[in-house]
Design a protein around this ligand. Structure first.
Ligand code: IPE
Ligand code: IPE
Ligand code: MG
Length: 269
């Protein structure tokens, strides 16, 4: 293709993608998709308009992250605290999940994406529960990529449930208190079997976790994007990946054990 035929946006994305080290792609990316309401209000539209636009962005980011080589994408779609919004907005969001899922599930399946819903789906309508369950069942054996959608999810509620399950097992004598360890807690979490996120992205500039994956984010790298979710796109995602790759993940250790001068610097007598 002649260079002058490439749009400025495409050109920018090519430049950004050239900065990405394909050997160090985060396996699991989690996203707090925030800012839909503000995006719509700024344009004089109802908040629902921002939620609709947010769906298109999610579709793009699923493609982009999968093409880049990420294996798992976990998105926060509805928190346990979001029920406190006006009924009209809550109803809109819940109807939107059902509508979007029905429309997109065949393509999700064709793309060999496994979809999972993380959270308490009990309060949802019979119809929505059945759409969520059938989507999970249809895509259960897909291997290319996993999309976890957190709906009616709260990190504290998840930990409370884990504590209740462990307490039950302890009372029944199935386990001893001394056998409670990280592995057991991991196996009781809603995310059991899923590697912890390597990278957490939150859009809209907010610098908080808002009850998302409290246990699982212990050592995730955090990237705050100032962009509102409906404006987030491939280039913003690439920027998050480039920033992630500039980090030194120490997990409590020191910078580089391979570097002998560093290893010895604190301990030489
Ligand atoms: C995120 O956008 C979507 C959900 C929480 C469902 P918001 O609706 O929180 O938008 P802002 O943060 O009010 O702009
Ligand atoms: C977090 O965003 C929840 C989702 C993105 C689904 P909120 O907009 O609900 O979080 P707060 O209220 O700003 O903390
Ligand atoms: Mg918000």
């Amino acid at each position: 293709m002649r260079l002058e035929n490439i749009s400025p946006k495409k050109n920018r994305n090519i430049k950004l993608s050239n900065q990405i080290d394909m050997k160090r792609i985060p396996e699991h990316v989690a996203i707090i998709m925030d800012g839909n309401g503000r995006w719509a209000s700024k344009r004089g539209f109802p908040r629902s308009y921002g939620h609709n636009q947010g769906v298109n962005v999610l579709k793009e980011i699923i493609k982009v992250s999968k093409n880049l080589g990420c294996k798992v994408l976990t998105v926060y779609a509805f928190s346990t605290e979001n029920w406190s919004r006006p009924n009209k907005e809550v109803d809109f969001l819940i109807n939107l999940f059902e509508k979007v899922l029905k429309k997109e599930i065949d393509e999700i399946h064709q793309e060999s994406i496994k979809i999972k819903f993380i959270g308490d789906i009990l309060p949802f309508s019979k119809n929505l529960k059945s759409v969520l369950n059938s989507s999970e069942a249809l895509t259960r054996n897909n291997k290319s990529f996993t999309l976890n959608v957190c709906v009616n999810y709260g990190g504290r509620q998840e930990i409370v449930k884990v504590a209740q399950e462990i307490a039950k097992k302890s009372v029944s004598g199935e386990i001893k208190p001394s056998e409670v360890n990280e592995e057991l807690i991991n196996s009781e979490l809603l995310t059991q079997g899923v590697k912890d996120p390597d990278l957490l992205i939150r859009t809209s500039g907010e610098k908080r976790i808002s009850n998302f994956l409290l246990w699982q984010l212990a050592y995730s790298e955090i990237y705050i994007s100032e962009v509102l979710w409906p404006d987030f796109d491939e280039s913003e995602f690439f920027k998050a990946i480039i920033d992630y790759q500039s980090r030194n993940r120490r997990f409590g250790g020191i910078e580089s054990l391979a570097n002998d001068s560093l290893k010895d610097s604190c301990c030489s007598t």
